[in-house]
Design a protein around this ligand. Sequence first.
Ligand code: WT7
Length: 650
Amino acid sequence: MTVQIDHALEEIRRFRPSPEFAANAVADAGLAEAAQADRLGFWADQSRELLQWEKPFTKTLDWSNPPFAKWFEDGELNVAVNCLDRHVEAGNGDRVALHWVGEPGDTRDITYAELTDEVKRAANVLTELGVGSGDRVAIYLPMIPEAVVSMLAVARIGAIHSVVFGGFSADSLASRIDDAEASLVITADGGYRKGKVFPLKPVVDEAIGKSVAGSVKNVLVVRRGENEVAWNDRDLWWHDTVGAASNEHEAESFEAEHPLFILYTSGTTGKPKGILHTSGGYLTQAAFTHKNVFDLHPETDVYWCTADIGWITGHSYVVYGPLANGATQVLYEGTPDTPHPGRWWEIIEKYRVSIFYTAPTAIRSFMKAGRHIPQAFNLRSLRLLGSVGEPINPEAWIWYRHVIGGGSIPVVDTWWQTETGAIMISALPGITDLKPGSAQVAIPGVSIDILSDDGTPVEGVDGGLLVVTEPWPSMLRGIWGDPERFKETYWEKFGDKYFAGDGARRDEDGDIWLLGRVDDVMNVSGHRLSTAEIESSLVAHPWTAEAAVVGAADETTGQAVVAFVILKASQAERVTDLAAASDELRKHVATQIGAIARPRQVFIVNELPKTRSGKIMRRLLRDLAEGRDIGDTTTLADTSIMQTISDQVK
Ligand code: WT7
């Protein structure tokens, strides 16, 4: 197991919160003290304060059967009511929930009262279609208000959503539909991306054609792209059904551990894992972190998280956290540079966004494009910046703070995962002295440690493996349909401590620095990709005999997918244009999995470096892909192979 230390570990800049910020900050030092004194009592208090429980809980945590945790077990709530109705009942129905911006320039402002209404209508339609408590609904939508409405309508009736990112292929969608046996798919005709309509409904049709479970009974289609779509008996238009449905809907309450959603993420094998989250604990920690890490003042702030709802960041920090807290937020459909490279900054200026949450890969691409682009806009409304998805390098942190933030506002780097459900490590603005490049400290109520491979705590500043030592409210409750894989992946290594799969170190001040994945999971533009999944897609191509994939350092995307492929002997003779062949393979991966998985490079080679036992040594291929000297090759079955490969790659 190698821990890559590719950070400026000597980074010593510190930024103290300004006295004005600290004076008005939501979080205070009392939070950490309370959590320290009584961790479970702290979470129980937070949950009661942040959420509306229809039936109050009396038990906080049941950890008698690890790793299966139960939080707030005997309590009952409705997640959608917490995100909607209660704000209307509290007199905030006229507050804007969503300032939606479509890519072509159309906009919609939707208040909490309007959003509640729309969710009630959609909930009625779902019920009419026979969707009930515990049933799975796949959501394959662009970033339009109906995406938020769909998720909340599913939650409202106690069904389980599985949102599939709109960039995923028909194959990926089909395997997710099948794994969860979804009975309904909610999609759109198409959505806007880079100035064009990308079709979604045709992908759904193709996916249902490929589905082997045969579980889908209906497809509910939002009209957005106005592209032409084929129509089947199972299809229904959103505007015909939701548009005509009653806006009266009595919400039932569900147990705290009632499943809320499944979200698929890449692991170390070829098969994506359906990460399962439940209701009460998830919503508690999503709301707590959204409020305290982003210093939310819901009456005055305008918040914007740029993540797509297809990822966990979109679930916790576009839908559940912000809406539970009654925030006003921006929702943007398109790409950052359409129709002009300053689109994001224009939106911040227009809506006077005060809290902005995005990914380092975006920040680095803006750095590349030049500061003159954001500087053409008035960004003075911003008062807090957040980062998520991968380590933010200190140069990008400083640029973010200065060029976007005007030089004086806090930047919080938040570490968490699909599995953790909500932020786990972050500075608390107004309290923590900020340190560029470090995610810093566990949030109050979360216990993090760094262990060596054999489970002993790492002393001093050496690197080790990041673990969560105590259960936390928004923790995953399992992998859909595969309890064994759940235990094996996260809990086998260190007993009842959660193994995150990340390397980390603590500095002299106790601040945590993330050092990247320690398994065969890559991080491309803040998205998780599995080397095994891309390898099996490459091998599924008729030309391919063998494939090895590595994540190579990339200036903009953090890591990039680089593949090494051996062609079948029968093909090798026929393929004369290697560049065209490698292009074909790159395209093949994009079609099979989705554009995000398309390799930056596919090298066609004659050999792959293997140990005597036949294991591919990806470490050596990574050296090659990153242009480094090749490391230790003594364990290779044939030590001359790396020379051969490196000659071919050049
Ligand atoms: C993996 C989780 C959590 C939402 C986005 C990604 C990496 C995430 C950070 C950060 C360093 C980070 C880790 C983690 N990661 N945030 N602030 N600093 N690394 O969710 O797809 O589940 O990926 O992303 O490697 O394990 P995800």
